[in-house]
Design a protein. Sequence first.
Length: 367
Amino acid sequence: MKKDAKQNKNDKISFSHFGIGSDKDFFIENLGSLAGSGMSVSDALATLEHDAKSSAMKKILAFVREEVDAGSKLSDALAKTELFPDHVVSLINIGESSGKLAENLKVAGLEEAKNRVFRSKIRSAMVYPVFVLGLAAVIGIGISWFILPKLASIFSQLHLKLPFLTTLLISAGEFLIVHGSVFVPLAILAVVLFFYFVFFFRKTKFIGQYILFCLPAIKRLIQEVELSRFGYLLGTLLDAGLPVTDALLCLKDATTFPHYKKLYTYLVCSISEGNSFRDSFASYKGVERIVPTSVKQLVSTAEMSGTLPNTLLEIGKTYEQKIETTTKDLSVILEPVLLVIVWLGVVGLALAVILPIYSLIGGLQTS
């Protein structure tokens, strides 16, 4: 195992997580099902190790199984691999301590499934417009590169005075004829790198998240996703017996959006000093932009009445339903907007070709 893993100072093991997506996604759910059927944790891990498709996941599961067989707790072994976020490890740890491991594994699996759905909702809201606009750009470049230059030679022979739009597109086409084989691949590479570093690279994706948060429709979806996570995850952790500050720390680690990370960090500090949720929300500057008043009031009231976990779970359920509605609304809004944008592009290209021909016909009629 020493060849496959490198031990750090903090006793965590560094494994390659490349290519383990599908195996990781359903690991907790499958482990919960096997443990719930009465199978020992070690045997369940051996089964999942055998069924794992990626070699990286097989190595991780082999390490976890060896740790468990050597007497370590499942939560401690999983924590060393850094495969799952802290809130999942905390749920498993609580399950081991309370004798409800199978139940907590099922809860953790449900939370992981919800997170996959949340990520999918945001991703689907972004993929469609990017695809349509990208396709429109490819068609526009193709027409400018291959069709308009041929028409340009005909227009030149006829000594036509070309409109500005036609001249602009023909100039673009001439540029592409000379430099297109270098420029187009470099432009595509630049766009891909831009999207990667702005939206996906861990150290810089906060830039893209700030950009998305500035778009009203996307901001609404992000808020609903985060509030659903806030309700479900915090409610589940509190219901499982985790202290409020520890649960909030898990929640902070679970979210990726900086606005909410800052809020949860502040809540941890404020509540650890003895303040209530009501006072903590009231003293956080700009909280009204990310947490609706109704949610703040529900949490504050539930905290005083001792029903906080159940109320949080209800908040999560409510906002999960809102996510479905918002996603449908986004598709209804985006489709006609994108069609108008594409239609304007098509009309622009058509005018670039038709206007010189119309000018020629007008000149012939005059003569």
